[in-house]
Design a protein around this ligand. Structure first.
Ligand code: PRP
Length: 212
């Protein structure tokens, strides 16, 4: 049976919406509770932490996965992107206290030497390097908005969806750097070897996205 990995957390609802909209089985998935492996109507769904989804796919434990483009870009694994669902939209940004936004003033030189907290160390490094701005990246695993408040970092590099976490912590967007959405990805080997078994699911998601 096709094995599809899904990220737990904020993206799961959007994934369930896509799966339902595509006409794939979802009842047992809805009722999964704390189950992390759910067999539902001929599909097996694996529920993993977003940052672990690329590993589940690249190691062949899942053939397909829904995952944010932020996570695939941050991961260092080879995944085939099949469909941009256009859902789960958010954006990547540098954010900080208003004084940092003023110091930036649209010029990367304003960010030189800053301490930047992020759970997206690779993307952050690439982004700042592309501007020739030398910064110190501090890698955290979550709640990065805490870092400027505690004086651990000057600003953060993170995803922003509603903006409410930034607002609650007195931070503002300094620069929006990339758009993010949920993608359907595959293990490249599985695509070749198991296409017959996977194509209904891929086609159903693609049709739902195009039709929607
Ligand atoms: C993400 C992100 C921000 C927040 C942004 O964290 O890292 O903290 O969501 O969302 P908002 O703009 O709607 O407030 P997440 O909730 O995934 O948890 P984490 O901090 O533990 O990674």
């Amino acid at each position: 049976m096709p094995v599809i990995a899904l990220p737990t957390g904020r993206s799961l609802d959007a994934c369930l919406g896509i799966i339902e909209g595509a006409g794939m089985p979802s009842q047992k998935l809805r009722d999964a509770g704390r189950n992390l492996v759910v067999d539902d109507g001929g599909y097996r769904y694996l529920l993993g932490k977003p940052s672990d989804i690329p590993t589940l796919v690249s190691q062949g434990l899942a053939e397909l996965a829904f995952i944010g483009s932020d996570v695939t870009e941050e991961s260092d694994v080879d995944l085939a992107e099949l469909v941009d669902t256009g859902m789960g939209r958010c954006f990547m940004a540098i954010a900080g206290p208003p004084a940092i936004a003023e110091r930036f003033g649209g010029h990367a030189s304003g960010l030189m030497g800053l301490r930047v907290a992020s759970k997206y160390g690779r993307i952050a490094r690439r982004t700042f390097e592309s501007w020739g701005a030398h910064v110190k990246i501090l890698r955290l695993n979550g709640s990065v908005e805490l870092a400027p408040a505690l004086g651990l970092a000057d600003c953060i590099f993170d995803i922003v969806q509603t903006g409410s976490t930034l607002k609650a912590n007195g931070l503002v967007v300094v620069k929006r750097t990339a758009e993010v959405s949920l993608r359907l990805v595959a293990n490249p080997g599985a695509l070749q070897l198991r296409w017959e078994a996977l194509r209904d699911a891929v086609g159903a998601v693609r049709n739902f996205v195009i039709g929607g």
